[in-house]
Design a binder for this molecule. Structure first.
Ligand SMILES: CC(C)(COP(=O)(O)OP(=O)(O)OC[C@H]1O[C@@H](n2cnc3c(N)ncnc32)[C@H](O)[C@@H]1OP(=O)(O)O)[C@@H](O)C(=O)NCCC(=O)NCCS
Length: 165
């Protein structure tokens, strides 16, 4: 069973090690997460989570409120959205369904907050595996966009609004 716990400075070695994995490098080649600093910071617009399977860390998830995020990476954006980053750590844990399980739980976690209208992700244009992954989860492509020199595809999952009785 997948469970989440907040990432902490005690995960520095693990996250730095996962950063050396080719599939993690490929999804964000220029990225520098400044783990030493960020793992000690707890802004109210962000969650940094370690996903564990039976107590073993298998992946990382960041959830942000893109409007409140302080570098304004997402530019001008409505309130009450969430943006997600996710990766599986070990190569031998890819393609086992863990990513899907993690994202389904993260989607629930985000929409548990009744204010949240939509969840956004921004895989690189070249990351076709991630495009398939998000589409299977119900995300829809909205636009191609340049982020800090990277060409990304933006996908969005809107809150499902059921038919009122
Ligand atoms: C994107 C990512 C999180 C997906 O995680 P994952 O655990 O590999 O995803 P899943 O296992 O749920 O699905 C991946 C593939 O495995 C297949 N699969 C799922 N469960 C499976 C199972 N039990 N047995 C065999 N294959 C399975 C899926 O059909 C899917 O196939 P496809 O890629 O050919 O379409 C992972 O590839 C990753 O960490 N990538 C690097 C980081 C990244 O790109 N993050 C997103 C950037 S925004």
């Amino acid at each position: 069973m997948i469970q989440f716990r907040p990432a902490s400075i005690h995960d520095l070695e693990l996250l730095t090690y996962w950063d050396t994995k080719q599939h993690v490098i490929d999804c964000d080649p220029e990225g520098d997460w400044n783990w030493e600093i960020e793992l000690n910071r707890h802004p109210d617009w962000r969650e940094l989570l370690i996903a564990e399977e039976e107590g073993e860390p298998i992946g990382f998830v960041q959830i942000i409120d893109p409007q409140k995020e302080e570098t304004h990476y997402w530019g001008k954006i409505d309130p009450d959205n969430r943006a997600i980053d996710i990766w599986i750590g070990e190569t031998n844990n890819l393609n086992k369904g863990y990513g899907t399980q993690i994202m389904n739980l993260i989607i629930k976690r985000c929409f548990n907050d009744q204010k949240v209208n939509a969840i956004l992700v921004d895989p690189l244009k070249t990351n076709t595996k991630a495009h398939r992954f998000y589409e299977r989860l119900g995300f829809t492509f909205t636009e191609e966009r340049e982020f800090e020199g990277d060409t990304c595809y933006i996908y969005e999952l809107k809150r499902y609004v059921g038919v009122e009785k």
